[in-house]
Design a protein around this ligand. Sequence first.
Ligand code: PMP
Length: 444
Amino acid sequence: MSTPAHRKTEKGEARMSREEILRKNKQYIFSCVTNFYTDPLVADHAKGQYVWDSEGNRYLDFFGGILTISVGHANPNVTGKIKDQIDRLQHASSVYPTAQAVELAEKLAQITPGKIQKSFFTNSGTEANEAAVLVARMATGSFDIVALRHGYSGHSQLTKSLTAMAPWRKSGVISVGVSHALNPYCYRCPLGMTYPSCGVACANDVEDVIRTATSGSIAAFLAEPIQGAGGFITPPKEYFKLVFNIVKKYGGLFIADEVQTGFGRTGKKWFGIEHWEVEPDIITCAKGMANGVPIGATLATPEVADGFKGLTISTFGGNPVTAVAARATIEVIEEEKLIENADKAGNHFRHKLEELQQKHALIGDVRGMGLMQGLELVKDRKTKEPAPAETNQFMERSRSNGLLIGKGGLYGNVIRLSPPLNISLNDVDEAVRLMDKSLSEMRN
Ligand code: PMP
């Protein structure tokens, strides 16, 4: 029914007005689900590298729905296959094997590093991490998990306890069997040291934590190769190898949470952890895996996967539509050489961001890999005092200038940049121009 609060699309369908959407959002959605911007942006439609809001404004999208849009919005090579699959078989559940689920699992076995070969499909990154911890505990017979400070692992009870940033762990989160080691945050070294003269001393904290805060043997160490929500914190190249050896010494499995770093995001490799030359026992993924279709996967070596005791089920896990979407996304990444593009466009982007840093004192640090680049904003480069208010202003200005960027970090002062992997150098230049404009306007 059309009311004054509704407007019509070109096709004559009734659509809610922006005001109505925002009112209902406040009235009917949990208020813990935060939105960006003081005046939230109501997303209406998207194509390629662009998103349009409900008022028809177009934005260049350099956040990609939180690192999820890998191959551009509404990519026809993905949406076409989804549409065909919906008409053929929308759902069967995991009690019936399907060609779509096993083809995806086979493809994943081909692109994952080391001996990883088996998949357990779910619907989100949270579930992927839940399953990873569960199977690690079953396969090793140990209980303790070591995760990293500033990490983010999901929205469930367990994954919130793996998360180590207070705003995401408020009241009600019970952490049993999870301990957190210092993270390799070179810009704000938790040990007050400087790389490389530090000898990557932070890695030893994993051993200290195991010896002091666990039973002395662990089920797993879980970490994001680059901490995403934590603010694109990128460990030095030696870090994960050192940690891997410690984890193995205490009988643990190595879980790489590739929810943000997987599927070519970091350039050159399919998975972020490959840059550190470590072969994980388990990889968890979601987000960019299916270009926005909800899917999660826990990928493991046969030995670990077959250590799962008893039965389990995920009704929607391996759903034929989401499985087809993921395989189509992986095929686009392969066929269009987007891992190479993430490296090439990422290097170009990084160079431009470093130039921007020279021009604007607010940018204290530039970090990341491939098309996962972060800017840490500080009030003063010497004191490194975080600049969360300026980060918000930068977000608002960029939006007014037609650019979508993300935000993160424990102190709310890290800009997260993650365009689609098929972004062109021209679009990168345009995004940097808009960021430069936005930062210059803030000084006036
Ligand atoms: N792990 C990481 C590294 C993430 O960034 C996220 C989501 N931000 C999750 C897990 C949880 O994924 P989801 O929101 O799909 O449950």
